[in-house]
Design a protein around this ligand. Structure first.
Ligand code: IMP
Ligand code: MG
Length: 176
């Protein structure tokens, strides 16, 4: 079997409810912009946004750093920018996974220049062993070992995003 379940749908959903409650408690007032990083975070955003009970504004940002394979190209570029200004707002970046940290450290720098009241990160998954750039991730769903994972929005060559669980893509599994 090329896929091995690492986190089940139930585990993911339970954790997201906890994160939603924590975010509600941490942001009692003010505008909260959820910035979903395309494409991998779209499933997490859909569930996290509904686990948060306060008002939010949902935005999408496209960042590319990875290319088609399993390793980062090291280059980061914004492929789709926000539609609204975040000046004076609380910004919560919603990301699928923090790996080297290159993408998020770049993004934090870009968003901080726009003078928001605050910028924080919510990431479903964190692979701390792989970090090359320091990034402070305020809300982490799960810390996972250094293995390539797919499902729940995460892909390998655009495949597997629709899996309900997070699975490890075992060595030897072919890209589409
Ligand atoms: P970083 O800049 O190295 O932290 O890369 C983060 C991005 O790489 C994530 O937003 C994902 O799109 C992608 N990525 C990192 N690790 C994985 C993985 O295990 N599976 C799928 N995508 C990954
Ligand atoms: Mg991503």
């Amino acid at each position: 079997m090329p896929l091995r379940i690492l986190l089940t749908e139930d585990q993911i959903q339970t954790r997201i409810q906890e994160l939603g409650a924590q975010i509600d408690a941490d942001y009692p007032t003010g505008a909260l912009h959820l910035v979903c990083i395309l494409k991998g975070a779209y499933v997490f955003l859909a569930d996290l946004a509904r686990a948060i009970k306060r008002d939010t504004l949902v935005e999408f940002m496209g960042i590319s750093s990875y290319g088609k394979g399993k390793t980062s190209s090291g280059e980061v570029k914004v492929t789709k920018d926000l539609d609204h200004s975040v000046e004076g707002a609380n910004v919560l970046i919603v990301e699928d996974i923090v790996d080297s940290g290159v993408t998020l450290s770049y993004l934090m720098q870009v968003l901080r220049q726009r003078k928001p009241q605050s910028v924080n990160i919510a990431a479903l998954l964190d692979k701390p062993e792989r970090r090359l750039r320091p990034v402070e991730v305020k809300y982490v769903g799960f810390k996972i070992p250094d293995e390539f994972v797919v499902g729940y929005g995460l892909d390998y060559g655009e495949k597997y995003r629709n899996l309900r669980d997070v699975c490890v893509l075992e060595e030897g599994a072919g890209a589409p």
